[in-house]
Design a protein around this ligand. Structure first.
Ligand SMILES: [Fe+2]
Length: 226
């Protein structure tokens, strides 16, 4: 079967509605959009994928429940995407972002900033060591809380393979009331945003393993963030 025959078109009904008052227009891609470079090739260092230490003072580390989070980045024909830039950002274990604009009354972790990046390998696999993020309040919406989540930005092999999304954790009751999670109207698609416990990636006595696979395009594309 040819690659073209394997490609299944994006299911627009599962992605959050755009805030624009006009309907979205799928663009026909030119060759340069499909083949042009998408990010600089400055070396990404290994330490950048370790959020427990990449902002810590010498000999220190972030406080929290350590976790390995890994997964494959694939395209609409289930082909791995090597060389994709995967960037994540998240709160500390207490639900506070490392940004002075975050006014949540929660403890600062001086050894955690909450950002990391890495590049996928030949199998399209990425991996981070981090700590489990905390929930945080959205006070402009009243007494509401966002469930624990990690933000992802993925630059694939071309501009047409850019995705921004968030992953969540199993069994979190705050998801029921979350306007971002619930903006994905299809239950099966929402469940694709939940990380899976994967003990084969755990580091014994040190960190629990989880997987979060990302599909950049096509029918099974990972739902975008609202
Ligand atoms: Fe967030």
């Amino acid at each position: 079967m040819t690659i073209q025959a394997q490609i299944k078109k994006r299911d627009w009904t599962v992605h959050p509605k755009a805030s624009s008052t006009q309907p979205l227009i799928p663009l026909k891609h030119t060759l340069s959009e499909l083949t042009g470079p998408v990010f600089g090739h400055n070396a990404v260092k290994k330490i950048e994928a370790d959020l427990t230490k990449n902002a810590a003072k010498k000999g220190k580390e972030a406080i929290g429940e350590r976790m390995v989070i890994t997964g494959r980045v694939t395209d609409e024909a289930d082909r791995p995407i090597p060389g994709a830039l995967v960037e994540i950002w998240q709160t500390n274990a207490a639900g506070l972002y490392g940004h002075k604009g975050d006014q949540h009354d929660a403890p600062v972790d001086p050894n955690f900033f909450g950002t990391g990046r890495c590049v996928t390998d030949e199998e399209g696999r990425y991996e981070f060591l981090t700590i489990r993020p905390g929930a945080y309040p959205i006070t402009r919406l009243g007494n509401r809380w966002r469930p624990a989540h990690i933000h992802y930005s993925i630059n694939g092999g071309s501009f047409a393979q850019r995705l921004i999304t968030q992953c969540y954790f199993p069994g979190d009751p705050l998801q029921d009331d979350d306007f971002v999670y619930q903006a994905v109207s299809n239950k099966a698609a929402r469940e694709r945003l939940i990380v899976k416990y994967a003990p084969e990636y755990s580091v014994e006595g040190f960190a629990a393993g989880y997987t979060f696979d990302i599909v950049l395009r096509g029918q099974n594309a990972t739902p975008m963030e609202r």
